[in-house]
Design a protein around this ligand. Structure first.
Ligand code: 5RP
Length: 222
């Protein structure tokens, strides 16, 4: 199976977690996009969705799914999203698609986080994938110095010769060279650096369920 077929398989499997008549939280990225396409097929069963990015909102609307502002929603029962890396405890690195801040916000108000990923995303120790950190642009260099003191090698994310600007007006630092043996502890440490908007470690609120696409089928990790 190709990586896309594995992503499609977990996206289909995640539909089992959708609660009829409710508003669902939806993540960002290529795996989440496959999930949105599956959601489109059962859109009459749900009330609508809260999106974790402008790109996701646009794709949801394209399927005729109503997108709610989070301010108008008190709670969400299920949030479905991909990950760049996930460990056996459900701690994740996210933010490869620069949507980490809204992803963390929507996940934080959701009862259950269902992570959908192809098997290559499961790791023993997080950190091979450079850790994304969203920052206030004026604080970029200051935050980079602090991240270097923590043992990382941060780099400003650039696209088409310009810094990537997130949906929130932030910049993204990608921190290489970390072997993250205490994800929740490092999440706290980085959160405390002035200028950090969000760190792409999702450990304090990790995934409750991970649907992992493998050549033997979809495996469920809880
Ligand atoms: C976006 C994310 C994505 O969930 C993560 O990058 C995985 O993306 P993909 O499903 O395309 O591999 O965190 O900010």
């Amino acid at each position: 199976m190709t990586q896309d077929e594995l992503k499609q398989a977990v996206a289909r499997a995640a539909i089992d977690y959708v609660v009829d008549g409710e508003i669902i939280g939806v993540g960002t990225g290529s795996t989440a996009n496959f999930f949105i396409d599956e959601l489109g097929k059962i859109k009459d069963r749900i009330k609508g969705a809260v999106a974790s990015s402008e790109a996701t909102a646009t794709r949801l609307r394209g399927h005729g799914i109503h997108v709610y502002d989070l301010n108008d929603v008190a709670s969400i029962s299920v949030y479905v999203d991909g990950a760049d890396e996930i460990d056996a405890a459900g701690a994740m690195i996210k933010g490869g698609g620069a949507a980490l801040t809204r992803e963390k916000i929507v996940a934080s108000v959701s009862g259950k986080f269902v992570c959908i990923a192809d098997g290559s995303k499961l790791v023993q120790v997080l950190g091979k994938f450079p850790l994304p950190v969203e920052v206030v642009p004026m604080a970029g260099q200051a935050v980079m110095r602090k991240l270097t003191q923590l043992g990382g090698k941060p780099a400003l994310r650039i696209k088409d010769g310009e810094p990537v600007v997130t949906d929130n007006g932030g910049h993204i630092l990608d921190v290489a060279g970390l072997s993250i043996t205490d994800p929740a502890g490092l999440e706290s440490q980085i959160n405390q650096i002035p200028g950090v908007i969000t760190v792409g470690l999702f450990a304090q609120r990790g995934a409750d369920v991970c649907l992992l696409g493998t050549s033997e089928g979809v495996k469920t990790l809880t």
